[in-house]
Design a protein around this ligand. Structure first.
Ligand SMILES: NC(=O)c1ccc[n+]([C@@H]2O[C@H](COP(=O)([O-])OP(=O)(O)OC[C@H]3O[C@@H](n4cnc5c(N)ncnc54)[C@H](O)[C@@H]3O)[C@@H](O)[C@H]2O)c1
Length: 267
């Protein structure tokens, strides 16, 4: 097979949350395949990432002005974007009701709810609108929303997070109907359990352990019991899927979320 099978040389891709975890692997994968990449993240400085060649932009995706300014800068620096990967996301494990009454800080409150919805839903909307205006003018392009298996299956101790990802699935379905006739594809990527990323901080693990009534040490599931392939997913496996969905090789895929979970499902 030709090394250029994906043909990403003419793609200009904005990846949000590209400084860590899945996003970092997506940036690396896209750069390796020849795409021009702009990494938007809270935790980077404006510049160029020497390891990959990606341009980095310090952006808060929950802030409309920050988003508009950064997208305009990408157009000036690199050219009109062809693709947006809405990857940035946050997760605070919280119970609806702390029935044991031992850790009220792990009961869902408005602040945690607003934080998750601001990044996972409002941030994705602001980014999509700023980029889609340009894709529609060009008459082509792709928006890829990184959601989660929990967005379709729910998750104990992660109701607000999974609801935010279900909202993202709704965006994928609706935007694909609005933008398909204008030449723009919208696809979701829904990972299951993966190798650790920045999202799984010690604070995250402690909160998740409490909400699941277990200890941090016992959090790792017996993968063989829940995942038919018997292991967590690799970040590069998610990145490979995003590279494929960025490519015109996936030109008939829109309005759906591709689950990447090693076969893990409800049953
Ligand atoms: N890790 C998993 O197992 C897993 C599973 C399913 C879905 N996901 C989803 O994958 C995506 C990436 O997760 P990850 O595990 O790689 O997380 P991560 O914490 O390693 O990386 C997230 C990145 O997003 C950035 N970010 C956060 N808020 C931002 C903001 N307001 N503006 C700009 N950047 C911001 C962070 O600085 C960070 O670099 C998320 O949407 C997450 O919900 C992750």
């Amino acid at each position: 097979m030709s090394q250029n099978w994906l043909g990403l040389d003419d793609k200009i891709v904005i990846v949000t949350g590209g400084a860590s975890g899945i996003g970092k692997h997506i940036v690396e994968g896209l750069c390796r395949e020849g795409a021009t990449v702009a990494c938007f993240d809270l935790s980077v400085e404006d510049g160029v990432d020497e390891a990959t060649g990606a341009r980095t932009y310090k952006v808060d995706i929950t802030d409309a002005e920050s988003v508009e300014t950064a997208v305009a800068r990408v157009c000036a620096d690199l050219g009109e974007p062809t693709t947006l990967v809405n990857n940035a996301g946050v997760n605070l494990p919280r119970l609806l009701v702390d029935a044991r009454g031992e850790a009220p800080q792990y009961e869902l409150d408005a602040k945690a709810f607003d934080f998750m919805f601001a990044v996972n839903v409002k941030g994705a909307f602001l980014m999509a609108q700023a980029v889609a205006r340009r894709l529609v003018r060009a008459g082509s392009g792709t928006i890829i929303n990184v959601t989660s298996e929990s967005g379709s299956e729910g998750s104990k101790g992660q109701s607000a997070y999974s609801a935010s990802k279900a909202a993202l699935n709704g965006f994928t379905l609706s935007w694909s109907k609005e933008l398909g006739p204008l030449g723009v594809r919208v696809v979701g990527v829904g990972p299951g359990i993966l190798e650790p990323t920045g999202l799984r901080s010690p604070a995250y693990n402690e909160a998740l352990a409490y909400t699941r009534n277990t200890t941090v040490d016992n959090l790792s599931p017996d993968y063989a019991k829940t995942i038919p392939l018997g292991r967590p997913g690799k970040l590069d496996e998610v990145a490979d899927l995003v590279c494929y969905l960025t490519s015109d090789r996936s030109s008939y895929i829109t309005g759906t979320t591709v689950t990447i979970s090693g076969g893990k499902s409800r049953g």
